[in-house]
Write a new protein. Sequence first.
Length: 495
Amino acid sequence: MSANRPAAVVVLAAGEGTRMKSTTPKVLHAICGRSLVGHVVAASRELDPEHLVVVVGHAREQVREHLAAIDPATRTAVQYEQNGTGHAVRTALEELTGDGVTLDGTVVVVCGDTPLLTGETLRRLSETHAADGNAVTVLSAEVPDATGYGRIVRDGASGAVTEIVEHKDASEAQRAIREINSGVFAFDARLLVDALGKVRTDNSQGEEYLTDVLGILRSAGHRVGAAVAADHREILGINNRVQLAEARRLLNARLLEQAMLAGVTVVDPASTWVDVSVTFEQDATVHPGTQLLGSTHVAAGAEVGPQSRLKDTAVGAGASVSFTVADSAEIGPEASVGPYAYLRPGAVLGLKSKAGTFVEMKNSQIGEGTKVPHLSYVGDATIGEYSNIGAASVFVNYDGEAKHHTTVGSHCKTGSDNMFVAPVTIGDGAYTAAGSVITKDVPPGSLAVARGQQRNIEGWVARKRPGSAAAQAASSAHQDGEPGQGSGRKSEGER
């Protein structure tokens, strides 16, 4: 256990977020595959706190359900009335003490709408708090423009924080200060509990402000310090959709930078978007216009894009995926997908296999070396090794009530414009003729032909479409002596 392990982390997530203009609670809006509060919880978990409490209020059942899904060990405390940040923290501590928890050590307080905050920054805050022996340590940041933020005022000799002054109350000299309050704090647990009981509500909002605790502790002779964030953008809070988009851009850039430094080629970071849960291996390449979402993994030497969207999809080593949409699919090593392919859940492509242009696959396993080159739908099927599925083939898997399975063996060659009406099995080494509707099993090594016999009705155009462009072209061909024209023989339809 770390010597700086906090006794608790409290996440403030009770607000409504009216400026988001949304029926979704603010903290449940997502960027890069994770909710705002999910990002904060993940960063907080990196501290390995003894207890992690999220204060919920607005739409609390939705938020609770979400937290139970992403981190079941998280506790929640309900702030039934939003009476300020101090009241929210007090609600969290009462939740713990009500369960018999005695807090001894550090309590870290973070905001649930700061998705760019990292575990490393929280760790430095906790370490600074312990090393300096502070009663409270505020996470601060140096910003280019501090307008609207509370200023950190320090003692010139000791560097200790003397007060946090809100912008509207700051003097001209204080407004020149660029170090601001982030709203993230580390407290001595016992001193925090005592100070919260002394916070008053005689302010313009009639609320309990957590920042008042700093003044209370300093007045009692305790040291108040600050830890400066390495990157001021980490403390950005989200209040509207504009800020949400900006945070998404910043986090995406951070994720792509980490990938590139780890050996991934990202051709155009400006048009590439990834989720926090996406993983790569060295020498993977991502081309422009690509989105990689969920648990997608791109193995060594694989190339994805351009213009592809992969969600929860594994791309094997050396595979190539272009102009493709894939969801919950598995693309084997050295496989080729696209352009303009659609892989739906359960599509599994084997080594060196192919799903080509305008191919859709769903719940199907494609064997090593097998190719579905173009214009085909493969659903609920198993295809063996080194088979070839002809163009414009459809695996007819649905009878209107239930789905059925088709099996195609290894080393099969199926003709273009085939319909495989499931359930049906094509044996190893079998062939099917172009234009066939396959409704019965085909034995291994057989040729299946399931189509009507062709017949030509000669002279039909001249009789039925006299004077048309087609009739004139046919007449010219007849005069030029093209084969099959004007032979005088009657077709089967005329006899």
